[in-house]
Design a protein around this ligand. Sequence first.
Ligand SMILES: Cc1cc2nc3c(=O)[nH]c(=O)nc-3n(C[C@H](O)[C@H](O)[C@H](O)COP(=O)(O)OP(=O)(O)OC[C@H]3O[C@@H](n4cnc5c(N)ncnc54)[C@H](O)[C@@H]3O)c2cc1C
Length: 425
Amino acid sequence: MAHIVVLGAGIGGMPGAYELREVLDKEHAITVVNASESFQFTPSNPWLAVGWRTREAITLPLEPVLKKHGINFIAGWVEKIDATANKLILKNGQEVGYDYLLIATGPRLAFDEVPGSGPVSGFTQSVCTVDHAEKSYDDFQKLLADPGPVVVGAVQFASCFGPAYEYATILDTALCKQQLRNKVPMTFVTSEPYIGHLGLGGVGDSRGLLEHEFRNRHIKWITNAKVTKVEVGKMFVDEHNESGEVIKQHELPFKHAMLLPGFKGVDPVAGVEGLCNPRGFVIVDEHQRSPKYPNIYSAGVCIAIPPVEATPVPTGAPKTGYMIESMVTAIVRNIKAELTGYPVASKATWNAFCLADLGDTGAAFVALPQIPPRNVTWFKKGKWVHYAKIAFEKYFMHKMRTGVSEPIFEKWALKMIGVVRLKKD
Ligand SMILES: Cc1cc2nc3c(=O)[nH]c(=O)nc-3n(C[C@H](O)[C@H](O)[C@H](O)COP(=O)(O)OP(=O)(O)OC[C@H]3O[C@@H](n4cnc5c(N)ncnc54)[C@H](O)[C@@H]3O)c2cc1C
């Protein structure tokens, strides 16, 4: 009998635990360890930040749903991973041993890299967690009461740009509904070399379509931007040229600002000798397995993947939901192979497929493979994406409640657009 521990119950960890339970014999035990007692559907946070969702609608208590499916659950922060002794040590001192470990800890939000940024000890808001989005909603209320300039964006070393575009356009829509948009000048600040780069070198005509969207909405932008510091109501931004030289320095006043931070690996993962790259992301081979610790697998935002291309201001490549689920499927197959005496062979496709809500419309993209030139590229805009994203939220929450990792219709619907979870070779 083997004990498989899934560390992190987010978009990667939860499908991972369910899929493991589905394919492994009952004699093997599965335990999920997560910092909080509930699952949160991160993609809906921008809606929460303008009051279009409640915490209850996008979170789910973990223990009852996991227990129902025969999966153990421990709520608590893991302080240390002892990878040579195969055990986790929690903040309360509890030790959890494992035969296989699936690390799906998501990002450490590196607000500390930009002085004055972040919702805890800085002056900017965030939509990265439900707690942050709720705090941002309070700040949004203040903006409604006393309108003024807004800055939205993503800083240097950010690798997740979609939610910044989503929040800017959702906020624009929410302000229009309140008849207050005329009192709110908006600026988008991003480390991307151009609007619509998305950390992916662009997808189809993402540049043209998103620039058009911003022009239509009177959102100004600064690209190749490095945010150097934030003070109360003021953001300091260095704009760079293609050679990486500073060409202009901006002081942007704001009443409300939302900045996505750079991502790093969480400390207990980053601290394991030989497991991670310098930013604390888990190094994995083509089978999602640590080359140093063969019984450790990893999926999601916490793994190391190289940037798609070098940019004048550092940016990273995004890890989107479906890409993460494909990593998880490969891991589950590989653990099953090891437990049944077969060689590890499954490889994830890492295909980028994403739905972005733009408030009153939306944008969907598929990039196969993630690094250009690509076999399949499309980027489409339309109101249907707005509704598709709402449907996706309901659908994913349903999947997490019922414990099905990939229903058959999902498999066939995605196959029709060329998106599959595992590589054929
Ligand atoms: C605001 C936002 C919106 C996004 N929207 C989309 C979208 O629309 N579509 C899309 O495809 N992608 C989207 N993404 C990208 C990606 O899908 C999400 O970031 C996703 O949540 C990543 O999943 P994950 O499992 O890697 O990490 P997470 O979902 O962040 O889960 C990590 C879990 O690990 C736990 N954890 C971490 N460290 C420890 C520890 N030491 N001890 C115990 N528990 C720990 C955390 O508490 C958390 O529950 C979005 C990202 C953000 C930030």
